[in-house]
Design a binder for this molecule. Structure first.
Ligand code: KDO
Length: 330
């Protein structure tokens, strides 16, 4: 991803905004507008849950104004927009946060989170406290809750059967645009290519890429199944997103509204999580019905290759001592 600003500049401008907010005192507007920008579609279950659960729960003091399909900010620039005071909310990935804070790469590691419940346990555990505090203090972003996107698999337009990482040699695999995402593509054995989510359908259709990775509900929602031949159930990342919120706006709310905001975010995340999990249970049969070859590869081979790649990488050097054991113990 091309960062238009240096990390230092963004972090500096965020600190200046925080100081300005403090100088202005605890402003308590009766209603506020919360603009959210995301590449997610309006029919993505996280989007549905935010619209149907989050928005009504805070409607008496906030107007939720979502901009889906990256129609306000392009994918990967939303956190910078929040830090600069140009946006109030986004659905942020750990890979995007790792651009600013490399230690977030641990939550972007393949084969680390076990399932949706494990994500929630990690997010609510003391392991996350220093992470949350740093993002608030240095980027001006509050992480309200954790949302479940699903188990990422390989969605390929090529015929070649993929059972091990070696079978991905030379395969042009689209991954989202940050370094941490690209690293995961390499760790899987493929040739990763950065590309925005909104461009993936056309790239699969035209053959500009051989495949991409995303969970089953996304493959259906974005209609990728129309332009792929096979789904390899690698489950290489139990993928999460954080609901990111402007710390400047947060600081202008009273304790009561802050608590209601978090409760609404948690309720929406839980509703979205249950819908995504239900879809994951149903969709293999749906895709097979569409003529797509869906199969499980040699998972032990993928897990071993990916975990070894992370432990040997510079990323693991940025992780707090003992964090992998602490996460595994949860
Ligand atoms: C994607 O670009 O493949 C990805 O799945 C990455 C996620 O972190 C998330 O941003 C998601 O896209 C978008 O919300 C679109 O579903």
């Amino acid at each position: 991803m091309t960062q238009s600003l240096s990390r230092r500049a963004v972090l500096g401008s965020s600190a200046a905004l925080a100081l300005a907010a403090m100088a202005a005192g605890p402003a308590r507007a009766q209603t506020i507008t919360l603009r959210l920008s995301s590449p997610a579609s309006p029919t993505d279950q996280r989007a549905v849950a935010l619209t149907e659960v989050f928005a009504p729960a805070i409607a008496d003091f906030a107007t939720f104004e979502p901009h889906w399909n990256a129609s306000l900010f392009r994918q990967g620039t939303e956190l910078e927009a929040i830090a600069r005071g140009n946006l109030e909310m986004s659905i942020a990935s750990a890979q995007e946060l790792a651009v600013f804070f490399p230690e977030f790469s641990v939550f972007a590691s393949g084969y680390l989170h076990r399932d949706a419940a494990h994500q929630v346990a990690v997010f609510n555990s003391p392991v996350m406290d220093p992470y949350k505090a740093k993002v608030e203090a240095e980027l001006g972003v509050k992480l309200l809750t954790v949302m479940y996107l699903g188990r990422r698999n390989l969605n390929l337009r090529i015929d070649k059967r993929v059972m091990t990482p070696d079978d991905l040699a030379g395969v042009r695999l689209r991954m989202p645009g940050t370094d941490a995402w690209q690293f995961l593509g390499s760790a899987l054995g493929a040739n990763p290519l950065p590309m925005a989510f909104t461009e993936v359908y056309t790239a699969l259709q035209t053959g500009a890429i051989d495949g991409e990775d995303n969970p089953l509900p996304t493959v259906r929602d974005a209609k990728f199944y129309e332009v792929i031949k096979q789904i390899v159930l690698t489950s290489h990342l139990v993928d999460l997103n954080y609901l990111a919120f402007s710390k400047q706006v947060w600081d202008g709310l009273g304790a009561d509204r802050q608590a209601r905001l978090v409760a609404a975010a948690d309720a929406a995340a839980e509703a979205g999580r249950q819908r995504q999990l239900a879809l994951e249970g149903e969709l293999v049969a749906f895709f097979r019905g569409q003529g797509i070859d869906v199969y499980e590869p040699d998972l032990a081979a993928f897990r071993a290759r990916v975990q070894a790649a992370y432990l040997a990488s510079d990323y693991s050097g940025s992780w707090p001592a003992g964090i992998v054991d602490a996460i595994n113990a949860l």
